[in-house]
Structure formats: C-alpha cells, structure tokens
Design a protein around this ligand. Sequence first.
Ligand code: SF4
Ligand code: SF4
Length: 304
Amino acid sequence: MITFNKIRPLMLSVETTNQCNSECFFCPIKKQKRAIGSMSYELFAKICQEYDKEQGGYLSLTPSVGEFFLDNLWRERIEIAKQYKSINTTVTTNAHVISSLSNTDILRISESFNKISISFYGLNEDEHKYITHKNFHSKAILGLKKLLNFYPSKNIEIGFRLADSISKDVLKLWIIEKFGEEINFHSNHLYNNWNYIPIETKFHISNQSKASLCGLPLISFRIYYDGKMSLCPCAYTFNSPSFLLGNVTDNQLSDLFGFGMQKIHNALLKNEFYDCKNCSIRIEVDEVCNEFKLKDYPPYYFGG
Ligand code: SF4
Ligand code: SF4
C-alpha cells in the first residue's frame, strides 16, 4: 500500500505576490479574476519551516504572474529561506526593480539565490514597449548590470521574450555587447496559450495533444499568495478549481503534498485528464522521467 504523505513533488513553487509592473500582451495578468495581494510573513515562514522538514530542495519564488521584487517583504522572505540549508532558492525577475536597489540590497540578493533568471522583453525599447506596453527596457539592462557587480554570471540565465525569432548568434553578440561577457540564455517568440492570445496571431504555441497525463505536477506544486496549494501553476490562469488541494495556512505541507500525490496516482490509474483546457505547456509524464534538464535544474519548467 502506498503511504501518500511520504511522497512529494520534486520541488516547490511559491508565489509571494501577483502584482507586476508590466502588461505583456501574452500574459493573463490583466485577466486574472483574483485580487492583487502578497503572502503574509507568517505564512511564508511556515512554508519554509515545513518544506525543510520535508527535506527541502528547490524553492522557486517565481510567481505564476507577477514580479517577486515588487513584494514589500522580499528582503524578509529571502532571509527566512536562507536559514534553511536544505532549501535552494531561485527566482525569475524582469530586473526593473533591481535597477533602483542599493548595493546593500543587491548584495543581499546575491547571497540568497542559487540561481536567478532574468526575463528580457525585446532587444530594444521599441520591441520592449510592443511586448510589455511599458518603457522599462533600459531599466532591465541597468538591473542586470548592477546584479553582475555582485553575482556570478554563471548562476544567471537570460530568458529572452521576443516578438520574432532571432538567431542564437545574434543574441549571444547582443549579450556580449551589453554586458561585456557571455551569459547563458534561451529565447521564446511563441507563448503559452491560456486562451488570451488571439489564435490567429503568430505568437501562439499550438495546443499539445492529450496523449497522456501532464507530468508538470510531478515536478512542482504551486502555493499562491493566499496559501492555496495547487497541483499545477495554471489553477488561476484557467480558473480551474479542480487543481486546488487546500490551504497551507491551516494544513501541514506534508498532508497537502500527500493529497496531491494521491490525486495524481488516481488520475494515472483511471487514465483521467486534468482540467487543462487549452494549455500548451504540458509535458508527458514519460518526459518528466527522462528529461535531462529535470535532473539538472527542475525550476526550468516553471520559469526559473
Ligand atoms: S513581466 Fe511576467 S508577469 Fe508581468 S506582465 Fe509580463 S509576463 Fe506577465
Ligand atoms: S497541461 Fe497545463 S493546465 Fe494541465 S496540468 Fe499541465 S501545466 Fe497544468
């Protein structure tokens, strides 16, 4: 007999805020039906303490939609996570806020994250504005330059979000020109469909076939800022309450992990599918077991 409260996903993603300083055309941020908010200090401390008891591992602070550094308590949160040797903290940021931080704060960031992913929206101000509807391109450049003064570039990954396909060679040269050194990167010019990108545009990833159950919940569950835990990062972007497992505020993390793993187990046994609507970020369960990137760096699948 399987004891479900002894098993858990590979890592954990925690959304500490769902506020953002951009309005990317492909992002569901403006369409979300829930209020804008941030996680309480006490709840975040409880999550870290219980995650440590569950042996810890990667803790991604990349929100489903939102910007981690807009959260007023970001300094306190990284101090809490840092207390636990079992926890490897990672985050993805658009670096706009970092551009205006003091050296003390940037040093604090450098000492707290095992890996930082920087999302660059466009290669210049015009493309940036086209994608984000904001004029923050130069802030993003400055933010990464400031970070590089303290943080090793080998622990940084740039994620380009572009309006067109650009060759790797061009992107590599762009990075060297802007930052004076090579930095790991990947790029997207097609975006996940949460039903918000008009289907006739060129930006849309085609929907994946539903040949088997999606494997992403095996990699990570998601805790939203209000404490609700979900099997999948898309519970709110799809408004799919069937993904929700309960609230960490009044449940033990281990119980919710076990409940979620039992749900996955039952779905696999019955060959049922989750309520995924048109999601195009799914990966097959088999892929989860075989993917090189998973063994190397599981937060990759959740934006870093
Ligand atoms: S920066 Fe990220 S969260 Fe913010 S609007 Fe763009 S895609 Fe959405
Ligand atoms: S296919 Fe999309 S919505 Fe469904 S479980 Fe996977 S990530 Fe979540």
